[in-house]
Ligand binder design. Structure first.
Ligand code: WT7
Length: 652
């Protein structure tokens, strides 16, 4: 094992199960074998410009051709410079031109059970009208539109309308506070705000307009606010500033040609919280982002014309941008979009939807899967899930035992699982199994996609050996990469480009195994150093979750006089009450699974672990609690504040 100064992380996870794709799946797949994958990967690596030139020409519409494929000047990267295209045109008009105007684009179901379907033609009509509405309010190229809306088709319509006219959208997840909206609006100098009278969540109305009203008091740059009627909730409308969506669109023309935009024109900014400090507006551009979202969608989801694809994310996150709106629509897919909670009216809502719409590809998050495990198999057994052929996960690592459950219970043992590793910053998926080609290992995101060149180094920037964890970087530019942090060039440089010269620093730790498979080991900050052994949180958590009574586990380090750090775990139990007996049993279990080194000093039982609104465990808070400190940092991204209060009250 390595010593504490090498910067390497000890690998204690032993996961040998291997799941090759079924021959029947591979036969029909876009990429059919490991050889095909390897050949493509090597070809792109050998001459990325030749590959991406051909792809850009065949996969996107060009109003004007580009002069160069890739220009790189330090951290300033330009893809397809000189060309003019339009993301909205590529997502809608191009599919209509190809004869798919009457194909369903979005099949939507609201939480109360109301439904709507939009074909590509109908989507075109709605998007053009709304683009004209924006123009009518003075929105032009480069203006920022702030979007705080429910998951109805209008959120996609709004995003597409923005990119159609070169306006820059900033989508803010409709669970954030007024303060958080105002911060983001001010940072971006947003000109127009889009919202709704409310949204449905677990059968209740969550008012959005009131929150926006409070935010707009502190957002001086916002001139207009457009309000969608979704729940018939009363709202105050400020004369001159506020307008009803239906009033403006009823008068708007549906003639709005897409604006030819520079390849490197900013398409959107999306705020993501760093581990500390103020949120950063990740800036993406036009042609490269569009191409990356489309290609990765086709590769990873192995999309075929008869698929019904469902990504359960919210458009407030990058997953919703790239794999609800831009990737699937650019590829001409038919998707399901759902507004509400997974447990309304009951814990089987997702499975009800899968059965009803014959969903064939399901893309969701480990946090949701853990909730399904906890809720029990009876909710799944009621439904016919035989339409499913492919499953995906995103957002955090998946514990091998949760993976196996997903594979067996949801996938019926027949569906490959694509564990997709990527980030808001990467624009699209970076590492993932290609489902017809790459045998999967539970807990591993397997291999880099063509065009992605990962590198793992230790703190002295030396490449680490096989099965040694280190910092994960990306050594070559890819089309979907972020181009900056809005208004903060310095932070962009400092955060992503200064640690490992010439490489993009992901902020994650990873290791490569003997088969060349990648294993993400969590954020660099999440490492626990016990007596000089650096352990990754995911490995401790996976060992815990492999115990039948553990539904969820979060592991953090806390200061320890002798060991440097001790491990503290927060556990949600299933089918058993908290007791000293189960505590002892869990310690024994970890000793058996990993070894004495990884046995936690503290085991705390809780009803739920604190998570961000995007479902990630808030380790920073847990570190404070484990160390007996008052949780001091920013808690504005916390999903459920009562969880924190309960944890603080827990005198373990
Ligand atoms: C961070 C990025 C990617 C879109 C949604 C989240 C973690 C994400 C995985 C995965 C292990 C993962 C990483 C990454 N992460 N996917 N499959 N396995 N970790 O986007 O909020 O920008 O978060 O999420 O730590 O850096 P994000």
């Amino acid at each position: 094992m390595s010593d504490s100064n090498s910067g390497q992380i000890d690998n204690v996870m032993q996961e040998d199960r291997l799941f090759p794709p079924a021959a029947s799946f591979s036969e029909k797949a876009v990429i059919k074998s490991m050889d095909d994958y390897q050949q493509l990967y090597d070809r792109v690596k050998a001459d990325p410009e030749a590959y991406w030139e051909a792809e850009a020409k065949s996969e996107l519409h060009w109003f004007e051709p580009f002069d160069s494929v890739l220009q790189k000047d330090g951290i300033d990267v330009r893809w397809f410079d000189g060309g003019k295209t339009n993301i909205c045109y590529n997502c809608i008009d191009r599919n209509i031109d190809a004869g798919h105007g009457d194909q369903d684009a979005i099949i939507w179901e609201g939480e109360p059970g109301d439904t709507r379907t939009l074909t590509y033609n109908q989507l075109h009509h709605e998007v053009c009208k709304f683009a004209n509405v924006l123009k009518g309010l003075g929105v032009g190229q480069g203006d920022v539109v702030s979007i705080y809306m429910p998951m109805t088709p209008e959120i996609a319509i709004a995003m597409l309308a923005c990119v159609r006219i070169g306006a820059i959208h900033s989508v803010i997840f409709a669970g954030f506070s007024a303060e958080a909206i105002a911060d983001r609006n001010n940072d971006a100098s947003a000109k127009v705000q889009l919202t709704a009278d409310g949204l449905w969540r677990r059968g209740k109305i969550i008012p959005l307009k009131q929150t926006v009203d409070a935010a707009l008091e502190k957002s001086p740059t916002v001139e207009h606010c457009i309000v969608l009627k979704r729940v018939e909730n009363d709202c105050d409308m400020t004369n001159g500033r506020d307008h009803w969506w239906h009033d403006l669109t009823s008068e708007a023309s549906d003639d709005c040609p897409a604006t030819p935009l520079d390849s490197e024109a900013t398409s959107f900014i999306l705020y993501t919280s760093g581990s500390t400090g103020k949120p950063k507006g990740i800036r993406h551009t036009t042609a490269g982002y569009n191409l990356w979202a489309k290609k990765t969608f086709q590769w990873v989801f192995d999309w075929r014309p008869d698929d019904i694809y469902w990504c359960t994310a919210d458009c407030g996150w990058i997953t919703g941008h790239s794999y609800i709106v831009y990737g699937p629509l650019a590829a001409g897919a038919t998707m399901l979009m759902y507004e509400g909670a997974p447990n309304f009216p009951a814990e089987d809502r997702f499975w009800d939807l899968v059965e009803k719409y014959k969903v064939s590809i399901l893309y969701t998050a480990p946090t949701a899967i853990r909730a399904f495990v906890k809720w029990g198999d009876q909710h799944i057994d009621k439904h016919d899930l035989s339409s499913l052929r492919l499953l995906g996960t995103v957002g955090e690592g998946i514990n091998p035992d949760t993976w196996i459950w997903y594979h067996e219970k949801i996938g019926g043992g027949r569906c490959p699982i694509v564990d997709t590793w990527w980030q808001t910053e990467t624009g699209g998926i970076m590492m993932s199994p290609l489902p017809g080609a790459i045998p999967t290992k539970p807990g591993s995101c397997t291999k880099p996609l063509p065009g992605v060149v990962p590198k793992i180094v230790d703190e002295s920037l030396e490449p680490v050996g096989v099965n040694q964890g280190g910092m994960l970087c990306i050594a070559e530019p890819w089309p979907g990469m972020l181009r900056g942090i809005w208004g903060d060039e310095e932070r962009f440089k400092e955060q992503y480009w200064s640690t490992v010269p010439g490489c993009y620093l992901t902020g994650d730790n990873a290791r490569l195994d003997d088969d060349g498979y990648y294993w993400i080991m969590g954020r660099i900050d999440d490492v626990i150093n016990v007596s000089g052994h650096r352990l990754s949180t995911i490995e401790v958590e996976s060992a815990m979750v492999s115990h039948p009574n553990v539904a969820e586990c979060a592991a953090v380090g806390r200061p320890h006089d002798i060991k440097g750090q001790a491990i503290a775990v927060f556990i949600t139990l299933k089918d058993v009450e908290a007791s000293d007996a189960i505590r002892d049993e869990l310690k024994l279990h970890v000793r058996k699974e990993i070894g004495a080194l990884a046995v936690p000093d503290d085991i705390r039982f809780c009803e739920a672990v604190p998570k961000t609104r995007s479902g990630k465990i808030m380790r920073r808070l847990l570190r404070d609690i484990a160390a007996g400190r008052e949780a001091a940092g920013d808690t504005s991204t916390l999903e459920d504040f009562s969880v924190l209060a309960k944890l603080r009250g827990d005198e373990d």
